[in-house]
Design a protein around this ligand. Structure first.
Ligand code: UD1
Ligand code: UDP
Length: 382
């Protein structure tokens, strides 16, 4: 079989984490695949952390990040800087991931060059155009442009079918987040941040960064955290703050004088996954964390009004609490109560998002697309 030239294109922390298992596997099979790694550089430091943690090297880096960048800045920079690389390398297929503006813009640029597009983590939906914003539209638009769809679950497959995507183009693979998680969590893990938490304390891990939560929603959640900690001296929060200056300002303003809240810089992925594994529960508006926490048996209060990850809600690990101060503080108290039944119900390790073999299935699907003699991978039954 002819070698297949695969270009992965990504730009942010979560895309890099979930592309890493695919890149590793592509590179382990050099007779079958030629691998090219292209970064848009939508993120800088947070992307570099992942590249280092997974020992990934970029062939190209568009370095587009600007302080306080707008969605148009990201889109136009990718559309201007990516085409010369696509023209030079002429990949057989590009792989994009998820729902960032890099994902959509890289798909559009690839479509303009008539290059086959494989969408990893295809088919997630809230069906609400502005929630999350702009991710719901980024993924829907990418799915209009794509040729191959790597749906993490059967629910995401159904969403794609509902939009009229031909079933032969959809593969249920599991989420590569679970492949990545298998590489990172270790029992004997140590970290300076953990030393700040006295034994017997309840460690709450907090992350918050979504564009639609900037401003009042974040203020409400941070006020809820302060309100609960005031009356619960046994709870402490570690908050790795996203590098967005708007998030940093709000976090500093809310927590600078609260000794029970430890603001730390974004953690490298190995540190973060292990801290998740050691936490009591998690509060987040992140997409990826909603996939990782169920596998670790950690209850999650989802700080959003909608989620495209309903599997974790059905499994009982995720609870959608939004950003209202009273609702958030009430949900926190419920989990912190002694012998909390809610806590016990939510803290069961389940894994609705994959079996750690997603990258294998994706490579098999690519081979089957380019060579009709090769069998399709068997769908993951999740
Ligand atoms: C982006 C994605 C979002 C994803 C998130 C993961 C879009 C529109 N948003 O949101 O879907 O959930 O990444 O974290 O694609 N910054 C730095 N250094 C970094 C990264 C960011 O300084 O390494 C600062 C910059 O000032 C930048 C700002 O953060 O302008 C916002 O970054 P941006 O990529 O636009 O949005 P995110 O909120 O990170
Ligand atoms: N993560 C990390 N360090 C941190 C916070 C998160 O490595 O300090 C990881 C986390 O485990 C998950 C991913 O980053 O895999 C999620 O990224 P983020 O929340 O920024 O984006 P989203 O998933 O919401 O798009």
């Amino acid at each position: 079989m002819k070698q297949i030239k695969v270009m992965t294109i990504f730009g942010t922390r979560p895309e890099a984490i979930k592309m890493a298992p695919i890149i590793h596997l592509l590179q382990e099979n050099p007779t079958e695949f030629k691998t090219i790694v292209t970064l848009t550089g939508q993120h800088r430091e947070m992307l570099a952390q992942v590249m280092q943690a997974f020992k990934l090297k970029a062939d190209y880096d568009l370095k587009i990040m600007q302080q306080n960048q707008t969605l148009s800045d990201i889109t136009t920079a990718v559309l201007q800087k990516l085409p010369p690389i696509l023209v030079k390398e002429k990949p057989d297929i590009v792989l994009v991931h998820g729902d960032t503006t890099t994902t959509f813009a890289a798909s559009l640029a690839s479509f303009y060059q008539q290059i086959t597009i494989g969408h990893v983590e295809a088919g997630l939906r809230t069906w609400n155009k502005y929630s999350p914003f702009p991710e719901e539209m980024n993924r829907q638009l990418t799915d209009v442009l794509a040729d191959l769809y790597f749906a993490p679950t059967s629910k995401s497959r159904q969403n794609l079918l509902q939009q009229g995507i031909n079933q032969t183009k959809i593969f249920v693979t599991g989420n590569t987040a679970i492949d990545a998680l298998k590489l990172t969590v270790a029992k004997d893990y140590q970290h300076a941040a953990l030393k700040q938490i006295k034994p017997g304390q309840h460690l709450i891990l907090l992350t918050m960064h979504r564009r639609e939560n900037l401003g009042q929603p974040m203020k409400n959640v941070f006020a809820a955290v302060n309100q609960v900690l005031q009356t619960d001296s046994k709870a402490e929060v570690i908050y790795p703050v996203h590098l967005n200056p708007k998030v940093r300002q709000l976090a500093q303003a809310a927590f600078a004088n609260n000794p029970q809240v430890h603001l730390v810089a974004p953690l490298n992925v190995v540190d973060f996954h292990n801290l998740c594994a050691r936490s009591y529960f998690i509060m987040t508006d992140s997409g990826g964390v909603q996939e990782e926490a169920p596998a670790l048996g950690k209850p999650v209060l989802v700080l959003r009004d909608t989620t495209e990850r309903p599997e974790g809600i059905t499994a009982g690990t995720l609870r959608l609490v939004g950003t209202n101060q009273q609702t958030v503080s009430g949900a926190m108290r419920e989990l912190l109560q002694r012998n909390s039944k809610t806590y016990q119900q939510m803290a069961t390790a389940v894994n609705p998002y994959g079996d750690g073999q997603a990258a294998q299935r994706i490579l098999q699907a690519i081979k089957a697309y380019f060579d009709q003699q090769m069998p399709r991978p068997i769908d993951w039954q999740g």
